[in-house]
Design a protein around this ligand. Structure first.
Ligand SMILES: [Zn+2]
Ligand SMILES: [Zn+2]
Length: 347
């Protein structure tokens, strides 16, 4: 299958010269776009954090810093059991959030309802409903990766972090410092994920490892961590963990980052381009076409020219933050040209 797609590389890029001529201006554009995505994401997080804090403080009548008080309570409750606290924050909490979010998505995927969600489906004819056999196999693999790969890796990370500093210290970092850290983690993740992901597309590695993740040409949420164990270590987990290790981050920041990373990767695989959520178009396109859009934010794809075909498609036009309730497949409908580009229509 991969070979078929590779053979098409030359034939579909004939009209891309105009786009290619953008040169470094195009790259600068992508950098600005990525900064906008990261920046607006964190602004949203800051606003959400502030209003959540305000409501919590009003509701609980708490005085002072709500989050510091909450952390102090946990810190005292787990006194002398830092490892357990670390395990709670890096394994149990992120996994719980992952399954809560994915349970909601799975209801939509398996029932095809409610229609106010399914109308945002990116590949409109796929997963209606999702194949139950394929789904069960994916769930088994995801659980295996979480229990036998992620959890032991977090235990190892605990030892690295405690050797490096005090991840479970009594004082939380300031909110501004935490935002700086999250920005740094995002950049490290983009770099490490892009190159490790591209490496797994090398024919020698693809066949034995990454092909499994690509069994889903129309992915769903849980496919985010449906991968060969080795890929789960190198491309999924390490790029996310190395940032916190470099900065010797506090457990609270690491937990927040792991939760964010799991939610955003689930969104990028979920198969629905929903309003007011980050666009999943580029990674959905990666699953459809295999040799385009390897990164998260798209800066490295622009730099290395691994998005030239993507930028000629309707999916690229739809690769925006949807700020209305009209599905993008309706406001920017497919043209017959796109149907020709679809390998499924070649037979
Ligand atoms: Zn994927
Ligand atoms: Zn891939």
């Amino acid at each position: 299958m991969e070979v078929t797609h590779r053979d098409t590389r030359g034939s579909t890029t004939t009209s891309s010269s105009a786009h290619r001529q953008e040169g470094s201006g195009g790259l600068w554009d992508s950098v600005k776009k990525a900064v906008l995505v990261i920046g607006s994401g964190f602004l949203f997080l800051a606003a959400f954090g502030n209003s959540l804090t305000w409501h919590l403080q009003r509701f609980w009548g708490a005085s002072g810093d709500f989050w510091q008080n909450l952390w102090t309570t946990l810190y005292v409750a787990f006194e002398g059991h830092d490892a357990a606290l670390f395990f709670l924050g890096t394994v149990l909490l992120p996994a719980l959030l992952f399954w809560l979010f994915n349970a909601l998505l799975l209801v939509v995927d398996t029932t095809g309802k409610p229609s106010f969600i399914t109308r945002y489906r990116i590949q409109v004819d796929e997963n209606k409903p999702v194949d139950p056999v394929k789904l069960r196999q994916a769930i088994r693999c995801v659980l295996f990766n979480q229990i036998f790969i992620s959890a032991p890796m977090m235990v190892a990370t605990y030892f690295v972090m405690t050797w490096r500093g005090d991840p479970c210290g009594p004082e939380l970092p300031t909110f501004h410092w935490a935002l700086m850290e999250l920005t740094f983690f995002s950049i490290i993740d983009e770099i490490l994920f892009y190159y490790s992901h591209r490496l797994f597309h090398h024919p020698a590695l693809y066949k034995h490892i990454h092909k499994q993740h690509h069994e889903w040409t129309a992915p769903i949420g849980i496919v985010a961590i449906y991968a060969h164990p080795l890929e789960h270590v190198i491309a999924n987990t390490l790029p996310v963990l190395i940032g916190p290790v470099i900065l010797g981050s506090h457990l609270a920041t690491t937990t927040l980052w792991l939760c964010l990373a799991l939610v955003t990767t689930t969104i990028s695989h979920c198969g629905y381009h929903l309003p007011f959520l980050p666009s999943p178009e580029s990674h959905d396109f990666h699953h459809l076409k295999f040799n385009q859009c390897f990164g998260v934010f798209g800066v490295l794809d622009r730099l290395h020219g691994t998005d030239t075909k993507f930028r000629l498609t309707k999916q690229y036009e739809r690769h925006i933050l949807l700020t209305s309730f009209t599905p993008l497949t309706e406001s920017i409908p497919d043209t017959p040209k796109d149907k020709l580009l679809d390998p499924k229509n070649w037979e």
